[in-house]
Ligand binder design. Structure first.
Ligand SMILES: Nc1ncnc2c1ncn2[C@@H]1O[C@H](COP(=O)(O)OP(=O)(O)OP(=O)(O)O)[C@@H](O)[C@H]1O
Length: 235
């Protein structure tokens, strides 16, 4: 599925800073991510998780530092906590994502229906997407990403606003969609981090404070702030 060798560097950030006006959202961020990794971004509200995802997806520029990106943006897909739905049918919402990349409408629609089948939404294909529940919208967003066959999936708290059943369903789909791809996701759900990630990057006030394999993050010594955060989240 991927043209990149497992482990080959996809993103390399060196001393990167992102600012919104006077607000530094990322400060001195240095990290590299290889093909096939499953990286969880965690940290308190405002610590820079979304900003890092947006930077990797080319949605915000960096003010200083260096960033190398190997996968073409066209091979990346990003899911947001509250995905944007066009005022159109579920099938059209998915087909448009593919059609916008070029190719015929008929093929795009066919691929959209297949992707909707993968996320269990065949029966909702004709529904107005804006009338879907949060969980259904998130599944649609996954189908929309799926049709693009991305190498890299970037997810910003994809299950944060869902009920426990929808959370489980969407998480299972994410695990399936991530097979053979690189997954980078922000989450406040540490159980989900343990289930989906192989590596944890902990951010604090825009800085990368810990960057560890998932087992070491949850079982090894941590910087004090990260330790308190994990204890608090698990309490
Ligand atoms: N568009 C923006 N304009 C101004 N400031 C912003 C903007 N986006 C983010 N910020 C600021 O950048 C910092 C990092 O925000 P970011 O959304 O990346 O954090 P986060 O870790 O994703 O938070 P949360 O867990 O609440 O989603 C915060 O101080 C935030 O207020």
């Amino acid at each position: 599925m991927s043209d990149l060798r497992p482990g080959e560097t996809l993103f390399a950030l060196h001393d990167v800073e992102v600012r919104f006006g006077h607000v530094p959202a990322l400060r001195g961020a240095t990290l590299s991510i290889g093909a096939g990794e499953r990286v969880a971004l965690i940290g308190a509200n405002g610590s820079g998780k979304s900003t890092l995802l947006r930077l990797l997806h080319g949605l915000v520029p960096h003010a200083s530092g260096a960033m190398l990106q190997r996968a073409p943006r066209s091979r990346q897909a990003m899911l947001f906590q509250r995905p944007h739905m066009l005022r159109a049918s579920v099938a059209t919402n998915v087909a448009l994502a593919l059609w916008l990349r070029g190719g015929g409408w008929r093929a795009a629609r066919q691929a959209a229906l297949e992707a909707l089948g993968r996320v269990g939404m065949t029966e909702l294909a004709a529904r107005n997407a804006r009338t879907l529940s949060g969980g259904q919208q998130q599944r649609l967003a996954l189908a929309r990403a799926w049709v693009l066959h991305p190498e890299v999936l970037l997810l910003d708290e994809p299950t944060a606003s869902l009920d426990p059943t929808a959370k489980r369903e969407v998480e299972a789909l994410i695990a399936e969609a991530a097979a053979g791809r690189t997954l980078i996701f922000a989450s406040h759900n540490l159980g989900q981090v343990k289930r989906l990630a192989t590596r944890v990057v902990y951010l604090e006030q825009g800085r990368v404070v810990a960057d560890l394999p998932v087992h070491d993050f949850f079982h090894g010594p941590l910087p004090e702030a990260a330790h308190l955060f994990v204890k608090g989240e698990l309490a």
